[in-house]
Design a protein around this ligand. Structure first.
Ligand SMILES: NC(=O)c1ccc[n+]([C@@H]2O[C@H](COP(=O)([O-])OP(=O)(O)OC[C@H]3O[C@@H](n4cnc5c(N)ncnc54)[C@H](OP(=O)(O)O)[C@@H]3O)[C@@H](O)[C@H]2O)c1
Length: 337
């Protein structure tokens, strides 16, 4: 049965005002937290490990948590309306589950689980990249505990993946080298980190529920137990390279280009992961997403217009990516896995 605002008890505000976020100082979480704060409509509380060295955006409230002490997580989540999880993929596997269980105990109705990847309905892509079954299990657990989820399908983060080394979009800016997958013409749908932040803020700034059966407007409830699909650019590595050359004022002569067969590269990455070498993970993930006959491209489902997301400039975003290179190189352990 659809729920309507008119049937809720007195005091129902029909707005998501209190949001808790894990990873507010992280790669995508910082963009989400800042975008939420910029709306002026939300109180944002960061759940952060005691002693964490991650710098949190100005304006967020901080709740220290200890993942080995559930009471601290439940206490941090009490009274919140929405939990956003942007947790490092290197965190112990059961941490996501600990958060979700604590959220249920705290009475939180909605959770945005870790994900921020390709189309969740592209089952084969999810299985091949090993990410799909983990994300599905996370969503199932949320439902099993009586809560609802909204996940973000955004494809690769354009700026981060451009900056993140050869194993991602193939660029090594220190060496000025580029590995092209096959002929470099396969397109992927990508989103900038700031577009992801904006999209989450747009969704969570909608009314929570339609007023009544005549209210056909988009609300938070439109997305429950579903994905929000967004994009910035649908680009090939050659498109990215053209942009990089424009932004850096370089030409082909300044770059060393090699080609790799995506299918062989995927198998090589998978073989590394199977023997516990997680450096193979990015390799398999990106190679798989650039398979010419089954690329990661969710652009036909993108809800940019529905959410009123802006058009972005590819070259501006390339600049943002290049500015990220040094920062990501300092995160050696994280980027290696
Ligand atoms: N689409 C893409 O291109 C792409 C790229 C990378 C990642 N992702 C996905 O995006 C999500 C978030 O990734 P991210 O790169 O934003 O994360 P991140 O910046 O690496 O980490 C986010 C937060 O996780 C917490 N954390 C770190 N280590 C932890 C540990 N051992 N135990 C518990 N918490 C820990 C930290 O929060 P505190 O220090 O405050 O506790 C940190 O700020 C993941 O689902 C990932 O798979 C997508």
């Amino acid at each position: 049965m659809p729920e309507y605002a008119k049937n809720q008890s007195a005091g129902f505000t029909n707005a998501i005002e209190r949001i808790a976020i894990v990873g507010a100082g992280g790669t995508v979480g910082s963009h989400i937290a800042k975008a939420l704060l910029a709306t002026g409509r939300h109180t944002v509380t960061a759940l952060s490990r005691q002693g964490s060295g991650n710098k949190l955006p100005e304006g967020v409230l901080v709740a220290s948590v200890d993942y080995n002490d559930e009471a601290t997580i439940v206490a941090a989540l009490k009274g919140q309306q929405f939990l956003i999880i942007t947790m490092a993929p290197t965190a112990p596997r059961d941490t996501h589950s600990k958060l979700v269980q604590a959220a249920a105990k705290a009475g939180i109705p909605y959770v945005m689980p870790n994900g921020y990847a390709g189309d969740i309905d592209d089952i084969k892509l999810g299985e091949d990249t090993l990410l799909g079954p983990v994300a599905k299990a996370n969503r199932d657990e949320i439902e099993r505990l009586g809560m609802q989820w909204i996940t973000v399908c955004c494809g690769f983060w354009y700026d981060y993946s451009l900056a993140g080394g050869e194993a991602r979009f193939g660029f090594d800016f220190n060496k000025r080298s580029l590995t092209l997958y096959d002929d470099g013409n396969t397109k992927n749908s990508t989103s900038t980190l700031s577009q992801v932040g904006r999209a989450v803020a747009k969704v969570l700034s909608l009314n929570e529920l339609p007023q009544d059966e005549n209210d056909k407007s988009v609300t938070v409830s439109t997305f429950l137990n579903n994905a929000v699909y967004i994009k910035s650019f649908v680009v090939s590595q050659n498109d990215m390279f053209d942009s990089v050359k424009r932004v850096t004022g370089t030409t082909d002569a300044d770059w060393t280009i090699t080609h790799e067969d995506t299918k062989k590269r995927y198998e090589a990455g998978l073989a590394q992961v199977k023997v516990g070498n997680m450096a193979g993970f990015s390799k398999l993930l990106y190679a798989r997403a650039f398979y010419p006959d089954a690329a990661s491209n969710l652009s036909v489902k993108a809800q940019n217009e529905l959410l009123g997301l802006p058009e972005e400039s590819l070259d501006e975003s390339t600049k943002v990516g290049i500015d990220l290179v040094k920062e990501l190189q300092l995160r050696v352990e994280r980027m290696a896995s």
